[in-house]
Design a protein around this ligand. Sequence first.
Ligand code: COA
Length: 164
Amino acid sequence: MENILIRSIEKKDKKWVKKVMTDAWKSEMVVASKLFNTLILPGFVAEINDQLIGVVICDIASGRLEIVSLNSTKKGKGIGTAMIEKVKEFAGKKGIKNVWLLTSNDNIDSLKFYQKRGFRITKVYPDAINRARKIKPEIPEIGNYGIPLKDALELEYKLLKKME
Ligand SMILES: CC(C)(COP(=O)(O)OP(=O)(O)OC[C@H]1O[C@@H](n2cnc3c(N)ncnc32)[C@H](O)[C@@H]1OP(=O)(O)O)[C@@H](O)C(=O)NCCC(=O)NCCS
């Protein structure tokens, strides 16, 4: 397998990050637990041979690390997994015990992805996406697999001990 490098987002990456956010979520403004500007939040990019192929955006609040967005532009090559491992390591080093995220009810692929990587479904928010659409009208009515896009699910990963 090719070597995947995961490093902090730098200024030079922002143009690419903006394109990925716009392709995935219609703009760099992403609704997670609230409306976030992904271009001002910390996170990591993934690179193979100096080519950017993934990005994860994080927000730390109330002692928890929220994954605001996780995107891989070459799916099925272990890039998403490598970024999640980096986020868990980063949280561990900061003494954060809880990594969490919200995903939408149509995002079956991400539900599979996160659950296989130790995340548990901890909350369901009926109509959360319908409410988010009021602040971000670009959110479509119909999502992946033709599923009506209405609700949000919270997933959480608990870190057991502080990493050195
Ligand atoms: C979720 C996401 C980040 C995963 O990234 P990824 O780089 O494909 O992740 P990985 O390669 O580490 O793992 C993907 C899984 O798909 C499998 N896979 C294999 N070939 C694949 C292919 N051609 N396409 C997609 N997945 C494939 C992998 O083996 C792995 O399976 P597993 O979960 O059974 O182990 C990516 O699908 C994505 O960008 N989705 C759109 C944005 C999104 O919904 N983000 C999550 C909510 S914030």
